[in-house]
Design a protein around this ligand. Sequence first.
Ligand code: PAF
Length: 281
Amino acid sequence: MMIVAKSLSEFDSARRALEGATVGFVPTMGALHQGHASLIVKAVRECDAVVISDFVNPTQFNNKNDFNTYPRTLDDDCALVEPLGVKILFAPRVVDIYPEGSGLDSKVFDLGGLDMYGEGPRRPGHFNGMAQVVTRLFDIVRPDRAYFGEKDYQQLAIIEYFTKNLGYPIEIVRCPIARAENGLALSSRNKLLSKEAFEAAPHIYNTISKVHGMKGVISVSDAIEKIVSMIDSNPLFKTEYVEIVDAATLRPVTMWDEAPALRLSCAVYAGPVRLIDNIAV
Ligand code: PAF
């Protein structure tokens, strides 16, 4: 039986029963889909007990409308994850995570400069807010391992950085992006797409995948320009950015051989919905 803990005290009493077990943790903002399920299945396989959190963290939304429209589907989430073998689903209230007067929602984190490019400047405060909630959840859940998807590649790199920097004894487990058969990266925000945009959205992955044929053939900047214009050739989409970065430092590169591993990442608007994706180059 999965325990659904809706407050800190409910969580603490459920967590006590797991003392001595190797605990795997999958933090989420709910609106769970098969991408989350793939992280949970891996965690269940590798740990004695798995905890997931389901919390739409207000401090990581730089856009109020995005926060207000973020899908909230707790009952469906419970139905999806219980059969996977999750022991505790922690769905706290804001006051459990950020008690009034605690200052936890204004704490500033060293992100190692990994927030200087990509999503960082486009979503001011987002990664710091993400660090607030993830460290708070680490303190409450006390996992041995925590599982994150490469869909949010920059988030994952930042989490690895502060976990180490702050001395958390937690292994961060990287999990590959879960994609639909047509290539679309699974995302909670896909639920917000119009039918037309949803059907057309694999266009983003299909286009960024073309970078493989461009690598070493044309310049990095020409490749970016080409990919942007190919994405935008479909009137349903508008690229915010395409970057090709050093996969370790996340700094944009100008040459293909500038770093041992590269990553292409992008953000694309489909109407009001902002989608992100990335691939190894
Ligand atoms: O990736 C997410 O869903 C969120 O950023 C996370 C890690 C659960 C923190 O709110």
